[in-house]
Design a protein. Sequence first.
Lengths: 137, 137
Amino acid sequence: MVDKIDVKILEVLKNNSRLSFAEIGRMINLSPSSVRERIQKLEDSQIILGYNVNLNYKLLEYDLEAFILVKVFHGKLTSFLNVLNHIEEIVEAHRIIGNQNVHLKVLLKNQIHLQELIDRLMAFGDTQTLLVLSKVK
Amino acid sequence: MVDKIDVKILEVLKNNSRLSFAEIGRMINLSPSSVRERIQKLEDSQIILGYNVNLNYKLLEYDLEAFILVKVFHGKLTSFLNVLNHIEEIVEAHRIIGNQNVHLKVLLKNQIHLQELIDRLMAFGDTQTLLVLSKVK
DNA sequence: ACTGAAATATACCGGAG
DNA sequence: CTCCGGTATATTTCAGT
């Protein structure tokens, strides 16, 4: 399904998803049309889900990043999962196995902002906040 | 520094970073050249750090995703931070505040693969693994 | 998967507001 | 200083092979 050439294309796109088909083709020795066809197939088969921009949130005045582990109260899980999608500070959410059952990645302007978010989350479960100091990788 | 129009452009790029300048311009009523100039500036000022592809790792046979919290042994932190970059299963790493001091996001093919990774990490600190069940957001 | 050719888009520069 | 046209160059797109 996904051959060696597809993997090469994906590697290139991981580094810069805005490259033209022509440029990608030059990098891996393939004609632009073939690159296009392959990327089209990768999109159609849902292997490629989308293309994102990597932003420097520090410069956008979002200085605070944190992971929040939530132990959701019994019976509150489905409503919590619904609410998540409307809280824009939550940039990623995963259900997990363990003592807590939801893992959030959140992006905030400052400590007050974090406090407000935690206040909202407390209605759904017990929270444990892991404040990010720096991105290492 | 970053005005209303820039924010609009960033919103568009968040949803699809592969759109042409012309298309972005059409969406926000700006000429292609202006879109280009603004994006160039956002890149130059390091507000835009790069463009990524969002992959469906399940279809690429990476069925297992986990977060690993590491309480690094005293004196091992710098060597651990160096090693991180050479372990390709670790897709993201953050230094955090709390009982543990490093938060990892890892991507694996299966449980054996996870076990091998944890064995390697155990040389540097105590680990707590949060296995991902599903992505909720 | 490649080629060719028409339709689009980009990059660059000069000029207007 | 930002935005917009004009144009030469490059890319995309689609047909046919």
